[in-house]
Design a protein around this ligand. Structure first.
Ligand SMILES: [Zn+2]
Length: 107
């Protein structure tokens, strides 16, 4: 049985951290381009990797919010696919996990 109070706390702090990181990246992306063309090429490369990072963070935010909903309805810690308990070690490493290792590997 997962420790729901602890999980909720963990998920909420993770959510706040992810949102802060996303805001930081979005602020970087919003910076105007340099007028020097050499600099601009570097900035465009940076922006592309920032966009990649932003996409990863956004998907983790969605997963974290979903996990929080599962804390609320009491299904947190159960594999969404097979219904077995997700090992605590996995939840500690990735509190937003919704699948056990087996189903994750299969999916
Ligand atoms: Zn499973």
């Amino acid at each position: 049985m997962a420790d729901l109070a602890k999980a909720k706390q963990l998920l909420e702090s993770q959510l706040a951290e992810l949102k802060a990181r996303l805001e930081h990246i979005e602020a970087d992306l919003a910076e105007p381009m340099d007028s020097d063309s050499g600099e601009r090429a570097v900035q465009m490369e940076d922006d592309e990797s920032l966009e990649g990072q932003a996409a990863v963070i956004e998907s983790r935010i969605t997963a974290t919010q979903r996990a929080l909903l599962r804390v609320e309805n009491g299904s947190y810690g159960e594999c969404m696919q097979c219904g077995k308990d997700i090992p605590q070690g996995r939840l500690d490493a990735r509190p937003e996990s919704v699948l056990c290792v087996t189903c994750k590997a299969a999916g």
